[in-house]
Design a protein. Structure first.
Length: 176
């Protein structure tokens, strides 16, 4: 694993989400350019990525979502979100979304550090149950299994890769 001293992980307050909008968007754009199935089809411009983070920044301001970021050498290299908005009858639940690590920073444990912090932040918000989904058999799904998440099952052809090919999705949950 990466020496935690070399990577700074922190929850971004609303003002810093706005300040880091371009850096956050650059990571999302790089992931989609690299073929990740994270909600978007190609072509996907840096402006499209920025527009997505502008919406999430508004959610952070309204306490509907929290954003955690990873910095290496001062540069933002990864991010993950916890969706805090839930229906009134699920106040104990949250959802992990948009775990993204720039291709230049992968394979060093950054995603694991991001997930550990996201789970800690969710607990601090009073959440005791988290859910998420991931491309079946991918690097993220392996990470979630390593971190103790339980597999619910696989939904065939749930989503598309950016190039339009279909991919299966695995749904996970974790009690905190
Ligand atoms: C999935 C993703 C977030 C993983 O990010 P990452 O920072 O590379 O993840 P980690 O470094 O924690 O783990 C990745 C691999 O590196 C390995 N690794 C971690 N630290 C290591 C080290 N110091 N030396 C060697 N290998 C290491 C891990 O064991 C893991 O191996 P595996 O893929 O064989 O299971 C990243 O690939 C990504 O952003 N993908 C595109 C977006 C995406 O699909 N997001 C998921 C949405 S659900």
């Amino acid at each position: 694993m990466t020496d935690p001293a070399q990577v700074e992980i922190r929850r971004l307050p609303p003002g810093e989400v706005r300040e880091q909008l371009d850096a956050l968007a650059a990571v999302l754009h790089d992931c989609v350019a690299g073929g990740a199935s994270v909600g978007y089809l190609w072509p996907f411009s840096p402006g499209d990525a920025r527009a997505a983070f502008q919406v999430w920044a508004a959610d952070v301001e309204q306490e509907r979502r929290l954003i955690v970021a990873a910095f290496a050498g001062g540069a933002l290299v990864g991010t993950v979100q916890v969706v805090l908005w839930v229906p009134p009858n699920q106040p104990h639940r949250g959802e992990i979304a948009k775990l993204l690590v720039h291709r230049s920073a992968r394979g060093r444990g950054v995603a694991q550090l991001l997930m550990e912090r996201a789970e800690a932040e969710a607990r601090a918000e009073g959440r005791t149950l988290l859910v998420l989904d991931a491309v079946t058999g991918g690097a993220a799904a392996r990470l979630y299994a390593r971190l103790g998440w339980t597999t619910v099952g696989v939904i065939p052809n749930y989503a598309l890769y950016p190039d339009g090919r279909p991919c299966d999705t695995t749904v996970f949950w974790k009690a905190l």
